[in-house]
Design a protein. Structure first.
Length: 340
């Protein structure tokens, strides 16, 4: 009884935390609009992609999130335009969150190889919860280790929230390094189902950047001719702050065409100067000549929740870039950011 009770208490506080901040994706550069709306049109071509995340699969309660997006770049107007659909489901409270948004970015040339992207996103949010499955904190008797009453006491039916939202971002890059800033939920939509204006989703700020080092090119033999194989190493960071929560990710990505290997550490001590270790993340990605890219990453939990209890997190990304160029040449622009 006690282990089950302790797990319920842990889940309760985790759910409170999840409802107070956004889902964290590990492959955020493969989920561009979730990182920064200024990335709209960043391939200079037409792109479509999907992302899927299964967090803590070893728990009885699941945390599932997904994103689907499409964008293209207009050289005539020097602008990127995109659409994004995202959602998340948390089975403990039977809650779902959905969002659909339109994204626009404009590219400014500041020099021969220096650019500034300015982006914005307007969205419509939908939040739904089934209260008859919820165990409130006031129902938990910690001294006796029991739950008082039945799930959903005091609530009937379900509740829905609908709201508009807005995001904005900047991205500056040169040939070898980049730096970006984004702000999400500028309209701070209502997230409380109980009292009007009692609780709003805090603005999420993200500072991200990095540097890419070009390594000696390799050689690919396709039996007819040899082509250069791009090789590079990139180092990056991503600091996020939302309400009382903040976190810092640092990582590296090795590109050995057509293979990408990545590693991230999430959870450096930040705002309160306390240990905040959460995950070690490993990633592998493959690029195909057709324009199809596939990435898989796994989060190994090093938090107090533990790897054995949580099961870490699985994340998959698939994207396709429609290229009219020679498939033997890379279709990515000179944007030095991570690919995943």
């Amino acid at each position: 009884m006690m282990p089950r009770f302790h797990l319920i208490v842990i889940l309760f506080f985790l759910v409170v935390k999840v409802h107070g901040q956004d889902v964290q994706y590990s492959q955020f550069y493969a989920n561009p609009f979730y990182l920064n709306p200024a990335l709209a049109g960043s391939t200079e071509l037409t792109r479509v992609g999907v992302n899927f995340r299964n967090q803590w699969p070893a728990l009885d309660q699941s945390f599932i999130a997904y994103t689907a997006y499409a964008d293209f770049f207009s050289k005539k107007y020097n602008s990127g335009i995109g659409v994004v659909v995202s959602g998340a489901r948390e089975s403990f409270t039977q809650s779902t969150t959905s969002e659909i948004g339109l994204v626009y970015s404009y590219r400014l040339r500041l020099g021969e190889k220096r650019f500034l992207h300015v982006g914005t996103q307007v969205s419509f949010l939908s939040r739904d919860v089934l209260f008859d499955q919820v165990i409130l904190g006031t129902q938990i008797d910690i001294d006796k280790g029991v739950i008082v009453g039945e799930p959903g006491n005091g609530f009937t039916g379900d509740s829905r929230l609908r709201a508009a939202d807005m995001n904005a971002g900047l991205l500056y890059y040169e040939e070898k390094f980049w730096f970006g800033f984004s702000a999400f939920h500028l309209l701070e939509p209502q997230i409380s189902y109980l009292e009007v204006n009692s609780n709003r989703l805090p603005v999420k700020y993200s500072f991200h950047g990095g540097v890419r080092f070009n390594l000696a090119p390799g050689n690919i033999n396709d039996y007819f001719n040899n082509t250069d194989q791009e090789r590079s190493l990139a180092l990056a960071f991503n600091y996020k702050s939302q309400g009382v929560f903040d976190q810092l990710d640092i990582g590296a990505e090795f590109y050995f065409e057509p293979l990408i290997l990545g590693f991230w550490y999430r959870g450096l001590p930040t705002k309160y100067n306390l240990p905040n270790s959460e995950s070690l993340i490993g990633l592998i990605g493959v690029e195909f000549d057709s324009g199809l890219d596939f990435g898989y990453s796994y989060d190994f939990s090093i938090s107090k929740l533990g790897q054995r209890v949580s099961g870490g997190a699985h994340e998959i990304s698939v994207r396709y870039v429609f290229s009219l160029k020679d498939p033997s040449k890379k279709y990515y622009p000179e944007l030095p950011t991570f690919r995943y």
